[in-house]
Design a protein around this ligand. Structure first.
Ligand code: ADP
Length: 923
C-alpha cells in the first residue's frame, strides 16, 4: 500500500496533477488505458500461441497424411510388380520373350510412372528390357540378390543410368517362381519420383509452406519448392536430385527417430516453424514447414486491428474522462465557491439541484449537506442578527440607563458633597474654637460621622465607577517614598489615637522613582493600611515595600505587604472578603464600621495596575495583605537623587526603640545612607550602650530615641542623657507617635535637637539628621522648620477670586481664610466672575463648576479667551467640583483649569492649594 501511495504521489508530482480536474482526467484515462493494455498483452500472447499451435497441428496432420499416402504409393507400386510376376506369359514354363516384351511394352505405354520394367532370369541376365538390349548381367545388383532369396525389394532413390541417366528413380523388384515354387527370375521396374513429387507438392500451401522428404543422409529427395528461387539468389547451382543437403534442427531431431515440431532456421536460412517425422518403412524423413513471417501474418493483422480498436477506445476515453472529471469537478467547484461566499458572509449561496441530481451519490450527499448547512447558517444568522439587533437595542437602552445612572450618581455626589462640604468644614472650624469638654465630644462625633459619610460616598462612587468601567489609569512620574509617606502620615493620626505603631518600610535598593498612577496606589494603600489600623487594637501596622520579579518588558513589579497585629480573619472568610459588600462581621451590632467595598475596589485597582492581591491571616493574631503592582521606571536621574546622601556617611548612630520593626526600618535606612548603626530595644539598654561607647571613646554622633517605650520612655532617657555629663553632648532626636505641643515643649527643655512624628518620613528623617548634625540642607526636604516657613509664606497675601453659588460654601471658605492675610473676592456665578476678572487682577481663582446662569466650565473658557485676547499671563484657576468622576476632572482641564479640588474641601487642602497654585506670587 505504501509503495502504491508513493507511486501515486510521484506520478502526481511528476505530472503536476494538482487540481481535482487534472487528477480525474488523468486517472480516468489511466483506468481505460491500463486494462486495455493488459488485455491486449494477454490477448496477444494467447493469440500468438494459438496461431502457432494451429499451424503446428496442421503441419503435423499434413505430414501424417503424406506419410500414409507415401506408404500406400509404395505398396501399390510393389503390388504392380508383384502382379506382373503372375502374368501367364511370365508364369509359362517356357517364357515367350516376345510376348513378355509386348506385354511390358503395353504396360509401359499404359502409364507414365514406370520408367522401365524388365524381366531378369534366375541367373541375373536381363531377358526383357524395353529400353536396352537384353542380355545384360545384373547379377551384381542388390535387387537380384533380394529376389533370389524370394523377397521383394524396393530401392532407395537412385540416380538413373542409361536411358534414365540423371533421373531419380526407385527400383521395385519381385521374384518369379515356377509352378514348383522355384526361383526362376524376377521382374524389376524403375519408377520415377513424379508422383511422390506431386504428393509433396499437394502440400505446398500459402506462400512459403512446403513438405519434402529427406533421406537419412540429409539429402532432399523430393524437389524443393524454392529451387528456382534458390538458383536465382545463388544459394544453389546444381539442381539435380539428392544434391541439396538439409541440416536443420527438424532433420536432426527426426534423425533420432522422433516426431514433433520446432521453430528453426530452414535450409534456405529462413525462420520457419516445422513438423517432422521419421518414416520407418523407408528410413526417410518427412518435413513440413512454413515461414514464421507467414504464420504471424494473420496474427499481426489481428493485432493491428486490435491496436486500432484500442486507439479508438483511448481516443474515446479522453473525452469520456473529461466528461467524468467535469461531472465530478463542477459540483465541487460550486461547493468551493459556496464555502467562499460563506466566508465573505453571503449565506444565500446554494448548489443547484440540477447539478446535484446529476452527481455521484457521495457528491450528491455532500452538496445536499452543504445546502442544508447553508440554509441552517442563513436561518441562524438571521436569528442571530435579530437577536443582535435586539441586544444592540437593549445595550443602547442599558447604555442610556447607565449614562442616566452616571449622571444621577454625579448629581447625587454633587448634591451630597455640597452640604457635606459645609458640615465638615464648619465642624473643622468649630473644632478650632474653644469648646467645653462636652461640646468637644459632640463635635468630634459629628466630624467623625461626617468623615464616615464622605468615605461611604467615595466608596459607593468608586464601586459604581468599577461597574461602569469608568476607571482609567494615569501615567505620571512620581516618587514612591513621597506617596507612601504622605499616605501613612495621614493614617498615622488614626493609628496613634489607638496607640498603634504604624511604620512604613521601603527595602533598600527598591526603585522609588516610578511612572504610574500614584492616586490609585495611594487609594489602595489607604484602604489596606486603613483597614489594618481599623481592625487592630494594639501592636503595630507595618507597610513593607520591596522590588518584586524582574519582568522581561522592562517594567517593574513592586511587592507591597501590609502586616497588622489585629483581630485577624477567620479562614472561611478569607476567600470572600474581596467580594463587594462582604464583611467578616456583618451583624447589626458590629463593632467596626465600613461598607465592605474597600477591598473590592482595591482588588480591582490592583488588577488594573497589573498585579494581584492575597491575604494570609491568623484569627486573633493578625493579617498580612500582600499585593503586587506594575510600574514603569522613572528617569535614572531622579532615582540617583534619591540615593546620593553623603553627609550622613560614617556617622555613629544609636537607635533606642522597643519596636523591632521600627528599629529595622531605621537601621536599614541609615545603613543605606552610610551610617554606622547600633540598636537597642529599651531605655536602660540605650543608656548603657551610650556609657559604653563613651568609655571606649567612640561616642555616638546621634541617638534616635523612641518617645513611647514601656518602663523608661524616651523623655526619661533624654533626661538621663542630659544629666550625665560625659554623654550629654550626644545629639538626640526624638521619634514619637503624636505631636502634642506639650511634647515639643518637653523636647526643647531636655535639649533634644530634633523631633519627628512616626511614621517617620525618609526625607524628613534625612533632613532632620542633616539639620541636627549641623550639615547642609537638601533642597525640597520638608521638616518642622519647613513647616514654619510654609506657614510664614502663607502669610504673604494672595488675591483670590472665589466663584461659588452656594452661600454655605462661600461662608466656609471665607471662614477658612479668615485668619490668613489673603484677600478674598467672591462671585455667585460664572457671569459675574468673568466680569470681575476683567475688571481686576487676581492671583488665583477658585471656580465652582456647577452654577446657575453661567457654569464654571463656560466661565473658565471665557476667562482663558479673554486672557489670550489681552495677552495676559495665565491666572491659575482651581476647579471646585462636587463630581468625583474622572471625566469631570478631564473636562475641567479641557476648559482651562490648572487643577481641581473635590468637595468637601478641607481647610488644609485649600491652604495647600493656595500655596501651590499661587506660588508665582509668593516667590
Ligand atoms: P470595610 O473595611 O469597609 O468593611 P473592606 O472591603 O475594606 O470593607 O473589608 C472587608 C472586610 O474584610 C472587613 O469588613 C473586615 O471584616 C475584613 N478585613 C479587611 N481588612 C482586615 C484586617 N486587616 N484585619 C481583619 N479583618 C479585615
Amino acid at each position: 500500500m505504501q509503495i502504491l501511495d508513493r507511486l501515486y504521489n510521484y506520478v502526481n508530482y511528476l505530472l503536476k496533477l494538482n487540481t481535482l480536474k487534472s487528477q480525474l482526467r488523468f486517472w480516468g484515462f489511466m483506468l481505460v488505458l491500463l486494462p486495455c493494455v493488459s488485455l491486449m498483452l494477454v490477448f496477444t500472447y494467447y493469440e500468438l500461441q494459438n496461431t502457432k499451435r494451429e499451424k503446428i497441428d496442421n503441419l503435423q496432420l499434413m505430414i501424417t497424411m503424406q506419410h500414409a499416402t507415401i506408404d500406400k504409393w509404395f505398396n501399390e507400386r510393389s503390388s504392380v510388380i508383384r502382379d506382373m510376376t503372375n502374368w501367364p506369359v511370365i508364369k509359362a514354363q517356357e517364357p515367350d520373350i516376345a510376348a513378355i516384351n509386348d506385354r511390358i511394352q503395353q504396360f509401359l505405354q499404359s502409364q507414365d510412372e514406370f520408367f522401365n520394367v524388365g524381366y531378369i532370369n534366375k541367373d541375373g541376365i536381363t531377358i526383357v528390357n524395353p529400353l536396352a538390349a537384353p542380355g545384360r548381367d545384373v547379377s551384381d545388383r542388390l535387387y537380384y540378390h533380394v529376389a533370389k532369396q524370394g523377397k521383394e525389394y524396393i530401392s532407395d532413390v537412385l540416380i538413373g543410368r542409361g536411358a534414365a541417366a540423371g533421373q531419380p528413380v526407385i527400383v521395385f523388384s519381385s521374384p518369379v517362381f515356377d509352378e514348383k515354387g522355384q526361383f526362376k527370375g524376377l521382374i524389376a521396374g524403375s519408377v520415377k519420383l513424379t508422383t511422390i513429387d506431386k504428393i509433396m507438392q499437394q502440400f505446398h500451401f500459402g506462400r512459403t509452406g512446403e513438405t519434402y522428404l529427406v533421406n537419412q543422409d540429409g539429402l532432399m529427395i523430393t524437389e524443393s519448392r524454392f529451387t528456382d528461387q534458390m538458383v536465382k539468389t545463388g544459394v544453389i547451382k546444381d539442381t539435380s536430385r539428392l544434391n541439396l543437403s538439409i541440416n536443420t534442427e527438424a532433420f536432426r531431431l527426426a534423425r533420432q527417430g522422433q516426431a514433433g515440431y520446432a521453430a528453426y532456421t530452414d535450409y534456405r536460412g529462413h525462420e520457419v516453424l516445422g513438423a517432422y517425422r521419421w518414416l520407418n518403412s523407408r528410413n526417410w524423413i518427412i518435413i513440413g514447414e512454413v515461414e514464421q513471417t507467414e504464420i504471424l501474418e494473420p496474427f499481426y493483422r489481428e493485432i493491428g486491428i486490435m491496436f486500432v480498436c484500442f486507439l479508438t477506445l483511448m481516443a474515446a476515453s479522453l473525452p469520456l474522462s473529461m466528461v467524468l472529471a467535469n461531472r465530478l469537478e463542477t459540483p465541487i467547484r460550486r461547493l468551493i465557491a459556496g464555502a467562499d461566499a460563506m466566508r465573505t458572509g453571503d449565506y444565500s449561496y446554494r448548489v443547484e439541484q440540477s447539478l446535484i441530481d446529476g452527481s455521484v451519490s457521495e457528491i450528491r450527499d455532500l452538496c445536499n449537506i452543504f445546502n442544508y448547512m447553508a440554509e441552517n447558517i442563513s436561518t441562524k444568522t438571521e436569528t442571530l442578527n435579530c437577536a443582535n439587533q435586539a441586544l444592540t437595542e437593549a445595550r443602547d437602552t442599558a447604555l442610556d440607563a447607565s449614562v442616566a445612572k452616571s449622571q444621577f450618581l454625579a448629581n447625587m455626589s454633587h448634591e451630597i458633597r455640597t452640604p457635606l462640604n459645609a458640615i465638615l468644614g464648619m465642624g473643622d472650624l468649630l473644632w478650632d474654637t474653644s469648646l467645653t469638654t462636652e461640646q468637644e465630644k459632640y463635635v468630634r462625633v459629628s466630624r467623625s460621622a461626617g468623615e464616615n459619610l464622605l468615605n461611604l460616598i467615595n466608596d459607593i462612587l468608586d464601586i459604581s465607577k468599577v461597574e461602569a468601567g469608568h476607571f482609567s489609569l494615569d501615567k505620571v512620574e512620581f516618587d514612591l517614598t513621597d506617596i507612601v509617606e504622605k499616605t501613612c502620615e495621614i493614617l498615622a493620626l488614626r493609628a496613634h489615637e489607638k496607640d498603634i505603631e504604624l511604620s512604613q518600610y521601603i527595602a533598600p535598593g527598591t526603585p522609588v522613582n516610578l511612572v504610574g498612577d500614584p492616586a490609585r496606589l495611594r487609594q489602595i494603600i489607604t484602604n489596606l493600611v486603613g483597614n489594618a489600623v481599623k481592625f487592630t487594637e494594639s501592636g503595630e501596622v507595618v507597610l513593607e515595600i520591596k522590588e518584586g520579579l524582574q519582568l522581561q518588558d522592562g517594567r517593574l513589579e513592586l511587592s507591597f505587604i501590609v502586616r497588622d497585629t489585629g483581630i485577624g480573619i477567620p479562614l472561611d472568610k478569607l476567600d470572600h472578603i474581596f467580594e463587594r459588600f462582604t464583611q467578616v462581621d456583618a451583624s447589626d451590632t458590629r463593632k467596626y464600621g465600613g461598607t465592605g467595598l474597600g477591598l473590592a475596589i482595591s482588588k480591582h485597582l490592583i488588577e488594573m495596575l497589573g498585579g494581584s492581591i492575597w491575604v494570609e491571616s491568623t484569627l486573633g493574631a493578625g493579617s498580612i495583605f500582600s499585593f503586587t503592582a506594575l510600574f514603569d521606571r522613572g528617569s535614572e536621574q531622579a532615582r540617583a537623587g534619591q540615593l546620593s546622601i553623603d553627609c550622613i556617611k560614617d556617622q555613629k548612630v544609636l537607635i533606642i526603640d522597643d519596636n523591632a520593626t521600627n528599629r529595622l526600618i531605621l537601621r536599614e535606612t541609615l545603613t543605606a545612607w552610610g551610617a554606622q548603626v547600633d540598636e537597642v530595644s529599651s531605655g536602660q539598654a540605650g543608656l548603657a550602650q551610650l556609657e559604653l561607647a563613651s568609655a571606649n571613646d567612640t561616642p555616638y554622633s546621634l541617638v534616635l530615641l523612641d518617645g513611647c517605650m514601656p518602663e523608661m520612655d524616651g523623655f526619661e532617657v533624654a533626661a538621663h542623657i542630659k544629666a550625665a555629663p560625659h554623654i550629654a553632648g550626644t545629639t538626640v532626636m526624638m521619634l514619637t507617635s503624636n505631636a502634642r505641643s506639650g511634647n515639643i515643649q518637653r523636647c526643647t527643655e531636655l535639649g533634644i535637637a530634633g523631633y519627628l512624628v512616626k511614621p517617620v518620613k525618609r526625607s524628613e528623617l534625612r533632613q532632620s539628621i542633616l539639620n541636627v548634625l549641623g550639615r547642609c540642607q537638601l533642597p525640597g526636604a520638608s521638616t518642622l522648620h519647613d513647616q514654619q516657613m510654609t506657614d510664614e509664606r502663607q502669610q504673604i497675601p494672595v488675591k483670590i477670586l472665589l466663584v461659588e453659588d452656594s452661600v454655605d460654601n462661600r461662608l466656609l471658605i471665607e471662614s477658612y481664610l479668615k485668619k490668613t492675610s489673603h484677600q478674598l473676592d467672591m462671585a455667585v456665578n460664572g457671569e459675574i466672575a468673568v466680569a470681575k476678572f476683567k475688571l481686576s487682577r487676581y492671583d488665583l481663582v477658585f471656580m465652582d463648576m456647577q452654577m446657575p446662569v453661567m457654569d464654571g466650565y463656560q466661565a473658565t473658557k471665557a476667562i482663558r479667551n479673554w486672557e489670550r485676547e489681552q495677552g495676559l499671563e495665565r491666572t491659575p484657576i482651581v476647579a471646585l467640583t462636587a463630581y468625583a468622576l474622572q471625566e469631570d476632572t478631564a473636562k475641567t482641564r479641557e476648559m482651562g483649569c490648572d487643577a481641581h479640588l473635590t468637595k468637601p474641601i478641607k481647610k488644609s487642602v485649600l491652604l495647600e492649594a493656595i500655596a501651590r497654585y499661587a506660588g508665582g506670587k509668593q516667590t
